[in-house]
Every structure is written in C-alpha cells, then in structure tokens.
Design a protein around this ligand. Structure first.
Ligand SMILES: CC(C)(COP(=O)(O)OP(=O)(O)OC[C@H]1O[C@@H](n2cnc3c(N)ncnc32)[C@H](O)[C@@H]1OP(=O)(O)O)[C@@H](O)C(=O)NCCC(=O)NCCS
Length: 222
C-alpha cells in the first residue's frame, strides 16, 4: 500500500512512503469481520524519516523529556509528568491499547538517530461504528519539521485502509494553534465545540471537535 506524502513545506513535490505492516491479518471467524480484529503482532509503519513502532518501557526517558515540558504540553489535555515513574506508567498505558484491542499508540522513532521523538495513536476504537479518536505529540525541539504530518499520513492510511475506519475524530483545545493547523492541513473539518469536555490543570476546558471521513481522505490522495 502506498500513498504520496507531500514533502514538508512544498505541497507540489511528493515522496513515496511505503507503509509496511509487519503483522499478518488474523484468520477470520464466523463472529467477527476480519478488519475488526487486531493484528497478532503490532503493526510497524515506515515513512521516509520515521519508523512507527510499539512503545516499550525503555522509552520512558524519552517520554519523560516530552511530557515533563509543561509549557510545550499545556494544551495536550493531561497534566505534565513530574517523575520518571509517571513516564513509565505512560509507556505502559500506551502499550496496553494494542493487547486490549482499543487502539494503537505508535512511537515515532527517527531513522537518522533512532531517537523516540514523539508518539501518535488511534484510540477509543468503536468497532461497531467504525471510528476512532486520534492523538499526537512531538518533542519541542522537533516541531515544525513535518514529522507529525509524515507520521499521521501513515497512521491515517492505516486507520482507513487496514482498520477500515469510516471516521477519525480529533479533539483539540481552541488555543492549540499547532494542533488545529496540523489537523486542518490533513483535511480534518471543524464540527463544533465540546463544552467543558476535558479536565486538566485544575479546571475544565472546551475542546474543538474535528473529523475526517474515509472518502475525504481517499479523495485527497487522488
Ligand atoms: C501539534 C504538534 C504535534 C505538531 O507537530 P509538528 O511535527 O510540529 O507538525 P508538522 O511540522 O508536521 O506540521 C504539519 C502542519 O501542521 C501545521 N502546524 C504545525 N505547527 C504549527 C504552528 N505552530 N502554527 C500553525 N500551524 C502549525 C502546519 O499547517 C503544518 O503544515 P506545513 O507542513 O505545510 O507547514 C506539536 O505542535 C506538538 O506536539 N504540540 C504539543 C502537544 C500537543 O499539543 N498535541 C496535540 C494535542 S490535541
């Protein structure tokens, strides 16, 4: 499966990202269509500069560096971590989605130096309604280099083509300009405001709701 990923900052040029799935499809049975099943092994995705892989406990320090940056993560939706132990728990939580069958969280490993520069994922997988929520964060010193758009292009391909999702939702704080810019750049459409939907930093926050449908994603690739 291949999709053209526009090079960062140049929407006219394109590079080809090979999306590789290392897992094999599980055998279909009578009770559940095959696309609703998780792969038996975690799906590793390849993009030109990144390897998207399962998160492991050894990622805790890299996660701590990102998630303890309170100013950078102020609109992320969760209080920043203050101890390495919390980053351990975060790695465990992200890794648990796959075996639980509720979604995937990929670690973004940069090919050039094998550093874990961020994560992204599809979660709250509603298998009856064929939808998921998308989430993402990259290290502050890696921002604005097109990494997350590159990663999410592969993740959206995976969500729509392999998980057979119909709709992917993004929820972001109205002041999170970078996240709104990213979602919009990928074709997500604004739907409205979820009033006081989230709670962090000691108070409730409104969240903007965006969505992308499978047909819109496929049309944008055409
Ligand atoms: C949101 C976030 C993941 C973007 O990651 P990134 O790797 O810097 O984004 P990219 O470089 O791939 O940018 C892709 C597009 O997003 C938009 N964008 C990125 N940063 C932006 C900014 N500061 N202002 C406006 N638009 C921005 C642009 O449209 C950009 O398109 P371009 O490539 O044509 O310039 C990053 O800012 C982040 O991790 N923030 C902290 C965590 C967070 O808030 N996560 C989201 C929770 S909802």
């Amino acid at each position: 499966m291949q999709r053209k990923i526009p090079a960062h900052g140049d929407s006219r040029s394109a590079v080809t990202a090979a999306v590789k799935f290392t897992g094999r499809d599980v055998q279909p049975d009578a009770t559940c269509p095959p696309f609703m099943k998780m792969h038996p092994s975690f799906p590793v995705l390849a993009t030109p500069r990144l390897r998207l892989r399962q998160i492991r406990s050894s990622d805790a320090e890299a996660l701590f560096a990102i998630h303890s940056d309170a100013e950078w993560m102020k609109w992320y939706g969760v209080d920043p971590v203050t101890e390495l132990r919390q980053a351990d728990q975060l790695a465990e939580l992200f890794a648990s989605w796959f075996p639980a069958g509720t979604g995937y969280r990929w670690g973004l490993e940069r090919l050039a130096d094998r550093r874990l520069i961020g994560t992204c994922g599809l979660f709250r997988w509603n298998k009856s309604w064929h939808n998921c929520v998308i989430g993402y964060e990259v290290a502050r010193d890696c921002q604005g280099q097109g990494y997350m758009r590159e990663a999410l292009t592969a993740v959206l391909d995976y969500g729509f083509d392999v998980m057979h999702l119909h709709r992917i939702q993004a929820e972001t704080h109205p002041d999170n300009i970078a996240s709104i810019g990213l979602a919009t750049r990928l074709g997500f459409r604004f739907e409205g405001v979820h009033r006081e939907q989230a709670f962090w930093a000691g108070r409730y926050h409104d969240l903007n709701c965006y969505s992308l449908l499978a047909r819109e994603w496929h049309q944008s690739a055409a």
